[in-house]
Ligand binder design. Structure first.
Ligand SMILES: Nc1ncnc2c1ncn2[C@@H]1O[C@H](COP(=O)(O)OP(=O)(O)OP(=O)(O)O)[C@@H](O)[C@H]1O
Ligand SMILES: [Mg+2]
Length: 425
């Protein structure tokens, strides 16, 4: 494993994302003069290619095996580093591990989020309940534990409604349901497995919610010793119903300042309601005819390419500053650039076998295209996207204004539309 000659404080990263995205926190910690530990119950999740294995080998100070679903196990595994005085912080970049990391930080006396706030944010039902107690505008909701209960709740809330799991992420299992049959079928699908995508036990039942009719924004926030700092508001684009897969973001939002401020205010109210007192938050808001409504609170950095577009637009490296915060340093939220950036995610229009991305040669002629990353190879079986896990590639564009960034990114995404042939029988 790699090491700096002088050592440097240790940062424990508890699990991470898949692919290149997941390697970024390790690299960022190393770039920041820290020695990253990767605490994981399954290294094979990340060491998926020789290149990834090499990078992990070069970057990580040590792999620390632990049952990452359990803070007692993570605390035990990290105790020797804490006792020797080397361990300066612990970080989660994936939603599923936010509560375990908050508890571990508390148990080891490290900087961290209040575990109560972490648990509330992680569980969409708890978020709804606590926000309702604090009058944060949000959709009507009901937790249904049987199929009949789900159908009755949907009838009472009204169709169409949203039926979703309590503790997944990446839009997994979130679906618009138009009638009782939809609700019943989706209830069965969501309750078929007792564990979530990361193997953690699921709370029983599903959430049935009022469908918020509007457009979506997210608010990127870093809560430091000085309180919550709004880094900015992001425009989000989504696929067509019945799924809600992210198709792109633009930062900063193209909307008027009044809308931006209203969304930021709603996000801050939601964070206050749950007692968010430390670290990154990515709060999703729908702007409806009746004003902003909370979709959800993520007590972590915005995923996918949000960090990248914030950095391209402002020069502010939110991941780096979040890492600094977690090891007890003062983050620097100074902007060094006034520009804009946009990302677009490529998804298959239909299920089938991927032929390729039309126009990959043309897209490079567009101005401001910084990244085109196509992860799905021709010949792969693909499906119409149901969650962010079905994204086949992405692109990032930088421009002077958000309107231009969005237009160039849209143009590039159209050129790159994946083409498919019918799946073999
Ligand atoms: N009540 C609702 N009304 C309208 N749209 C909703 C509602 N709930 C969820 N959505 C849509 O579904 C998307 C995913 O839902 P949600 O954010 O709750 O799930 P998630 O899996 O935690 O998402 P993420 O991708 O942020 O991890 C939202 O961004 C939003 O577009
Ligand atoms: Mg969400």
């Amino acid at each position: 494993m790699a090491d700096t000659p002088t050592g440097g404080p240790v940062l424990a990263i508890v699990e991470t994302g898949r692919g290149d995205y997941g390697l970024q926190p390790l690299l960022k910690a190393r770039e920041s003069g820290l020695r990253p530990l990767l605490v994981t119950d399954d290294l094979s999740r990340y060491a998926t290619s020789q290149a990834a294995r090499d990078l992990i080998e070069r970057t990580v100070h040590a792999i620390v095996p632990a049952d990452t679903r359990d803070s007692a196990s993570v605390t035990r595994a990290l105790r020797p580093y804490a006792d020797s005085g080397e361990l300066a912080g612990v970080l989660a970049v994936i939603d599923y591990y936010v509560p375990v990391v908050a508890e571990t930080a508390r148990d080891l006396g490290l900087p961290g989020l209040d575990p109560r706030a972490a648990h509330i944010a992680r569980n969409k039902l708890r978020t709804r309940e606590v926000c309702a107690e604090h009058d944060v505008p949000a959709p009507e909701f009901h937790r249904a534990t049987t199929r009949t209960d789900a159908v009755d709740a949907a009838r009472s809330i009204g169709f169409p409604c949203v039926v979703k799991p309590l503790t997944e992420a990446a839009s997994i299992g979130v679906r618009l349901c138009r009638d009782a049959d939809d609700v019943a079928a989706h209830f069965d699908e969501l309750t078929a497995s007792p564990v979530d995508m990361r193997g953690m036990p699921k709370p029983g039942g599903v959430l049935v919610e009022e469908y918020l009719t509007g457009y979506e924004l997210s608010v990127e926030i870093l809560t430091t010793g000085r309180g919550p700092q709004v880094v900015g508001v992001t425009d989000k684009a989504l696929t067509a119903h019945p799924y809600f897969v992210e198709t792109g973001e633009t930062f900063p939002t193209q909307l008027p300042d009044a809308v931006r401020d209203m969304a930021a205010g709603a996000a801050l109210d939601a964070l206050k309601a749950i007692g968010h007192d430390f670290g990154a938050a990515h709060v999703e808001i729908k702007v409806t005819a009746d004003g902003p409504r909370l979709v959800e609170i993520n007590a972590r950095l915005g995923g996918a390419q949000i960090g990248r577009i914030v950095q391209e637009a402002t020069g502010l490296d939110l991941l780096r500053e979040t890492v600094r915060l977690h090891v007890g340093q003062e983050p620097d939220l100074t902007r060094t650039r006034t520009a804009a950036a946009a990302s677009r995610y490529l998804t298959a229009p239909d299920s089938g076998v991927l032929r390729g991305f039309d126009g990959a040669d043309l897209v490079r002629r567009l101005p401001g295209v910084l990244a085109v990353d196509l992860y799905a190879a021709p010949g792969a079986e693909v499906r119409r996207a149901r969650s962010n896990a079905d994204v086949l590639g992405h692109l990032v564009v930088r421009s002077d204004t958000p309107a231009e960034a969005a237009r160039w990114a849209e143009t590039a995404a159209l050129m790159l539309t994946p083409s498919t042939t019918a799946a073999p029988c």
